[in-house]
Design a protein around this ligand. Structure first.
Ligand SMILES: Cc1cc2nc3c(=O)[nH]c(=O)nc-3n(C[C@H](O)[C@H](O)[C@H](O)COP(=O)(O)O)c2cc1C
Length: 383
């Protein structure tokens, strides 16, 4: 078919913005962009529905045909125009659920996927140089002239306060594997369904963490590497029936390391739990793009529950947002659009004799933790 007869349409995930005095058009689902000259804007605007290249040449007849077709080809190569057979109305069914959250949340979600991660040594060196000329902002606020009201010492019921204080991010792990009982406790009390509420909108799962509108968009996938009684591999955690469903991917060390770019300190972790979001559950109820925040906030709730449970079990938990989204999504068999990677946490046993291992094996000196001014009393919960 001659180029003139081919049909084109602009993608749903297109945004324009100024950067350094230039107007840029970006397909935020692919990350491809081009300078948005007035002619490019006119073409993209015209291609809100299926248009043949011949029709474009007629529409923009004041431009030479050869140059215009060259531009169309370039826009296609940059994914700012999609080649389509006919106007069948469907742009990308997988993106349909995102329409209400476009452009704000959709732009943020897709444009920040698959980030490039700098090697840790380069980051440390860069930040040390920066701190020398531009110290980091103060970690706490002060109101030096305001009146102060002293409070009694923070107190927590039973052992909860001790667990909260003991939680740390670990980056070194012991030789002992995680036991299947420990794993089951972590999964069951973090992502397991604790009960079902019958509502006018249907059944809602109830878990140990809250969820906006009880939609519970988050799913958990286990990468088992050294868990007693669990074959190394990739699993879906079925939180309703409290069991593991094998996804059948062979888990090599290389593949696992790829999931956690530039974080060699987590590469020996015996277990990793990747959280994804099934957006339709939240999108079904909330039309405002603000609800995307809710999905991210929920992941924080779940992660903290996991870390506190692991701490209470005497294990070494961690969390990370630096993930190779695309390769994980590929292995999980999710499309990255209707279901996408959000966050991950992991766990191992503690290295023998260590009270905390904040750095990987090569980072020798451990930071000192200043003890709190006063040890908190325990309080009995109200009945
Ligand atoms: C959202 C989030 C993302 C994080 N991502 C990473 C990460 O990419 N790599 C890493 O080593 N630690 C990561 N961490 C752990 C933090 O570095 C750690 O919480 C911080 O150093 C404070 O130490 P603590 O957890 O022991 O209190 C992350 C923590 C959070 C809350």
């Amino acid at each position: 078919m001659a180029l003139g007869e081919l049909g084109f349409r602009r993608p749903l995930t297109l945004a324009c913005y100024w950067r350094d005095k230039r107007l840029i058009a970006q397909n935020y689902a692919t990350g491809r962009r081009a300078a948005a000259t007035p002619l490019v804007i006119d073409i993209l605007d015209y291609c809100s529905t299926w248009r043949s290249a011949d029709a474009m040449c007629r529409r923009f007849a004041s431009y030479p045909r050869k140059g215009l077709l060259h531009l169309v080809r370039l826009l296609e190569a940059r994914t700012l125009l999609n080649r389509v057979r006919e106007d069948d109305g469907s742009i990308d069914p997988a993106l349909d659920g995102w329409r209400d959250w476009m452009p704000e949340a959709a732009f943020f979600h897709f444009a920040t996927k698959d980030a490039r991660y700098e090697e840790a040594a380069a980051t440390s060196a860069r930040l040390r140089r920066k701190a020398a000329s531009e110290p980091p902002p103060p970690p706490v606020k002060t109101y030096p002239r305001a009146r102060r009201t002293p409070l009694p010492a923070a107190a927590a019921p039973s052992a909860l306060g001790d667990v909260l204080r003991a939680r740390r991010t670990w980056r070194r792990f012991g030789a002992a594997p995680v036991t299947s009982t420990e794993l089951a406790t972590l999964l069951g009390l973090t992502w397991g369904v604790q009960g079902w509420a019958e509502t006018s909108l249907g059944r809602c799962a109830l878990k140990t963490s809250p969820s906006g509108g009880a939609r519970h968009p988050l799913e958990a996938y286990l990468v088992a590497r050294r868990v007693d009684g669990v074959k190394p591999g990739l699993y879906y955690y079925d939180g309703d029936r409290h069991g593991l469903v094998s996804i059948g991917t062979r888990m090599t060390a290389r593949r696992f390391e790829r999931y956690l770019p530039a974080q060699p300190w987590f590469h020996e972790a015996p277990a990793l739990v990747v959280m994804t979001a099934v957006f339709a559950r939240t999108q079904w109820r909330y039309r405002s793009a603000r609800a995307y925040r809710v999905v991210l906030l929920e992941a924080g709730h779940f992660c903290q529950t996991f870390c506190l449970l692991a701490t209470a079990l005497g294990l070494a938990p961690f969390c990370t947002a630096a993930l190779d989204d695309r390769s994980i999504e590929h292995d999980l068999g999710v499309d990255g659009v209707t279901e996408s990677v959000i966050y991950a946490c992991g766990v191992g046993s503690r290295p023998r004799g260590a009270t905390w291992a904040p750095w990987g094996p090569t980072r020798a000196p451990l930071p000192r933790i200043a003890p709190p001014a006063s040890r908190s009393p325990r309080v009995r919960p109200r009945r």
